[in-house]
Design a protein around this ligand. Structure first.
Ligand code: AQP
Length: 331
């Protein structure tokens, strides 16, 4: 099995990113050949500062390393080090339907947030994601629920390409965590916890101090009543149950049983404590890793070489199948 996923260099990763993606990345190292990249080319599709982007790449790399990515057990690199990703993006745009891109929920949300420019890059964002994954012929893509639609596009594009040009690409499967695939904002539990669209008090960051985490959980919006039970009329409590189940790696039913009759106050405290315990090792390891930028840079450059060794032959086959560029010897 080959696993691939990318993560944006938005330096302050939140609990949703951690449970939905980062923890799955770490586990993926034991399940197959794992390839992860920091997608700086995706980050330039919205307003940004070049120097801040470079810092954010290191911040995000340090979080992932502190969380347990081990460059000796996975390929860990920066997307912008490779020309293969944008090249494949362009080649695959010819088998991507314009209509599919117009239906992408993330584009609709993000384009509405842009103040000055809705870039064509933002519209093309999902095609670059398709290229990221298909360049490695990955079989599995670990993501949060919000990315399911983009993985479906990867499958459609791979199948359309193969039907048109021959069997070159692999249609990957999506992998979302059974519990915690969509962590919601603690203040607005009808919205997902989010880097750009979240509320400050409702977004728990991986590097938040323990007191800050506890405070955010204590002030989490709950619902009328006092039963620790999930239900469509209880989005706040349902989210907290899901979070506790995810961090303790138990089922939501077990959480409901354990906190039956305990009331919201004690329950919120327990969720906060469990999240602090879960994030503590990452927070403790982060500072020394982040302080050594040369080592982080070296890790990403080395990872890029390994990534290129896989992506480059795919590109050669895609070009050959499509009949573009120089004729390959024997092609
Ligand atoms: N709330 C969430 N619950 C579970 N998983 C989530 N992910 C994001 N939000 C949640 C998953 O995290 C991974 C990285 O996402 P990204 O690269 O898009 O990073 P980001 O842009 O910093 O994260 P956000 O919060 O998703 O940003 P916004 O909302 O601003 O676009 C992905 O696998 C994603 O599914």
């Amino acid at each position: 099995m080959r696993i691939f996923s990318g993560i944006q260099p938005t330096g302050r990763k939140h609990l949703g990113n951690y449970i939905g993606a980062i923890r799955q990345y770490v586990a993926g190292q034991d399940r197959g050949e794992a390839i992860y990249c920091i997608v700086d080319l995706h980050a330039i599709t919205v307003a940004y500062e070049p120097a801040a982007l470079r810092r954010s790449v290191y911040d995000t790399a340090a979080i992932l390393l502190a969380a347990g990515l081990d460059p000796s057990r996975c390929i860990f690199f920066r997307q912008g080090d490779l020309t293969e990703h944008p090249e494949l993006c362009w080649l695959l745009s010819s088998v991507t339907a314009y209509g599919e891109l117009t239906r992408m929920t993330q584009f609709k949300e993000k384009s509405g947030q842009q103040r000055e420019l809705v870039s064509a890059g933002l519209f093309f964002y999902p095609v670059l994601q398709v290229a990221d994954v298909l360049a490695y012929r990955a079989t599995e893509v670990p993501v949060g629920e919000d990315q399911r639609q983009h993985v479906e596009l990867m499958r459609d594009v791979a199948e359309r390409f193969n039907a048109r040009f021959g069997d070159v690409l692999v249609a990957p499967e999506v992998r979302t965590p059974a519990v915690g695939a969509r962590i919601m904002d603690l203040q607005f539990p009808d919205r997902k916890m989010s880097t750009t669209g979240g509320s400050p008090q409702g977004t728990v960051h991986v590097l938040d101090e323990p007191e800050v985490v506890i405070k955010k959980f204590r002030s989490a919006v709950t619902d009328s009543g006092s039963d620790v039970r999930r239900g469509p009329d209880k989005p706040g409590i349902s989210n907290l149950i899901e979070i506790l189940a995810a961090v303790r790696e138990i089922s939501p039913e077990e959480v409901e049983r354990e906190f039956d009759g305990s009331g919201y106050g004690a329950f919120k405290q327990a969720v906060g404590d469990a999240v602090v315990d879960c994030l503590a090792p990452v927070r403790e390891r982060y500072d020394p890793i982040r302080a050594d930028e040369r080592t982080i840079e070296g890790t990403l450059v080395e990872g890029a070489e390994k990534a290129r060794a896989i992506a480059s032959p795919t590109l050669a086959e895609v070009r050959e199948a499509m009949g573009v560029g120089p004729v390959r010897p024997g092609g």
